[in-house]
Design a protein around this ligand. Structure first.
Ligand code: ZN
Length: 154
């Protein structure tokens, strides 16, 4: 989907609430998505890993219906803390909008500079399931690339 299509869409179509989800993948696929939560986020949809419904984005309202919050949800299912809970097309749209608005330049508070505890830990943090899966995939690609290069030389 092009982001232009999203811009033209009324807000109510973009921001699905708890009733806006479609019973998409079915509960049988939930274990697969929970094992690799990256798979729940597609170009035009995000599957809720609690109920399996499909949305454009997981709203606070929907997460509240499961008695959870966005940060708890990300922690529980192993997403990176900064992972936007929305389909890729919508995330790109918002990122582009933020870039155009110069949002980064307006961030004045830098926690690593003002919180001694953060600096002491040297940025150390827990590695999420999502990050470990992504690192594993990168290692495998690297190994495959080296094997291919070696085979080409032989
Ligand atoms: Zn749900």
């Amino acid at each position: 989907m092009s982001t232009d299509g999203l811009v033209a869409m009324p807000l109510s179509d973009v921001e699905f609430d708890v009733h806006g989800g479609k019973p998409g993948i079915g509960l049988t696929n939930l274990p697969v998505l929970r094992a690799d939560p990256r798979l729940a986020i597609q170009e035009d949809s995000i599957s809720c890993l609690v109920c399996g419904c499909v949305f454009r984005q997981l709203t606070n309202t929907h997460l509240r219906s499961h008695g959870t919050t966005a940060s708890e949800y990300k922690l529980h299912f192993g997403y990176n803390r900064g992972r936007p809970l929305m389909c890729r097309a919508l995330a790109r749209l918002y990122a582009e909008r933020a870039r155009r608005a110069g949002l980064a330049a307006r961030i004045r508070r830098r926690p690593i500079l003002v919180e001694p505890e953060l600096r002491r830990r040297g940025g150390a943090r827990a590695i999420s399931l999502e990050e470990s899966l992504t690192r594993r995939d990168a290692r495998r690609r690297d190994i495959a690339r080296r094997a291919a290069a070696k085979a080409a030389l032989a």
